[in-house]
Design a protein around this ligand. Structure first.
Ligand code: ADP
Ligand code: MG
Length: 341
């Protein structure tokens, strides 16, 4: 008989990494979400070699205190959750305390951070193989920089699955565009091999938000989009719905629940139904944000948190259908009414 053994922490982290760290874009997602959870207003993303060589995320958030740097890298170590009740009403992106442990187990990871209470920054370095963390002084303004070098250097099976630099940077850019729509208040930039490839300045008003929307979804989307804004009890739906008379090849379809981008069949179904009920248009693109009492939605369905479960899914579904149908119907009436007789 083979004996049952507890996995060494390093191996356990690498196995957990399999679930959340699929490719460079997933590292970028986890790190930028940490920056947003730290109340950063500016996040700069620097990529080299499609992300396999280097991913560096720099933010101006609240930072990590020197005494906590090592802990941040440990599995199940988080500042965002203390009890099961907290999980029921979680507002932060993170809560599992796994991302840094996972990423550092499959790369060479450096954190440099400074809190506003500290007069200097500190740096911690962890290399996949042994989780010995060294802490030493460094230079950095208040905020955090995380550098992930040589992703998957010790997990060759994963490394082989990486596609060309162009494909990987495409995934990163695609993720960033979606994040940028949910957080118009944040200044984001993305560079690849030293060249700036995307920059989002903070959008302070509707007009600059429409600029950001055009940057992400294209001109046609914005020209054909109806603005959605609808509230019902503890839910609110806002955003844009594209209404086009032609079938669209690849409509932009982004849905966010409390700022989190999710893929959800219930939502896709609701959108399709709204178009069927209004019986006028081809299903088009959408960028929709649902705000809902966090107690009404379970985000702890999958480690990467792409999925959610609504406690009252029927209610959410019907609310979305209603909101969209009325927007489509009103949207149609508008040009007619405003036409001079
Ligand atoms: P989680 O986000 O689920 O808490 P992570 O492994 O992603 O887990 O991060 C662990 C902890 O490290 C976070 O709870 C947070 O306290 C700290 N942390 C990580 N990144 C940052 C950052 N950019 N700014 C401030 N604190 C951070
Ligand atoms: Mg996190």
């Amino acid at each position: 008989m083979t004996e049952i053994q507890v996995l060494p922490p390093q191996l356990a982290n690498q196995i957990a990494a399999g679930e959340v760290v699929e490719r460079p874009a997933s590292v970028v997602k986890e790190l930028v979400e940490n920056s947003l959870d730290a109340n950063a207003t500016r996040v700069d993303i620097e990529i080299q070699g499609g992300g396999a060589r280097l991913i560096r995320i720099r933010d101006n958030g609240h930072g990590i205190a020197k005494a906590q740097l090592t802990l941040a890298l440990e599995r199940h170590a988080t500042s965002k959750l203390a009890s099961l009740e907290d999980l029921d009403a979680i507002r932060s992106f993170g809560f599992r305390g796994e991302a840094l442990a996972s990423v550092s187990s499959v790369s060479r990871l450096t954190i440099i951070s400074r809190t506003k209470e500290q007069s200097e920054a500190w740096q911690a370095f962890a290399e996949g193989r042994d989780m010995q963390v060294q802490v030493k002084p460094a230079a950095h303004p208040v905020g955090t920089s995380i550098e992930v070098a040589d992703l998957f250097f010790n997990t060759p099976a994963r490394r082989r699955f990486l596609k060309s630099d162009k494909t990987e940077i495409g995934h990163i850019d695609e993720w960033l565009k979606r994040a940028a729509l949910a957080r118009p208040d944040i200044h984001f930039s993305l560079s690849h091999n030293g060249k700036l490839i995307r920059s989002f300045r903070p959008a302070k008003d509707d007009k600059s938000y429409l600029n950001r929307l055009t940057q992400v979804c294209g001109k046609a989307f914005v020209e054909q989009a109806l603005a959605i804004s609808c509230e019902h009890q503890q839910m609110a739906l806002s955003g844009h719905l594209q209404v086009s008379s032609e079938a669209l090849a690849q409509p932009v379809q982004y849905f966010y629940v409390n700022g989190r981008l999710v893929r959800d069949r219930l939502i896709n179904h609701a959108v399709r139904q709204a178009f069927v009920e209004s019986a006028q248009h081809q299903p088009g693109g959408f960028v929709l944000m649902l705000s809902i009492d966090p107690g009404q939605v379970d985000v702890n369905v999958h480690p990467a948190k792409h999925e959610v479960r609504f406690h009252q899914s029927r209610l959410v579904h019907d609310f979305i259908v209603q909101a969209l149908v009325s927007a489509i119907n009103q949207g149609q009436a508008l040009p007619l009414d405003s036409q001079p007789q």
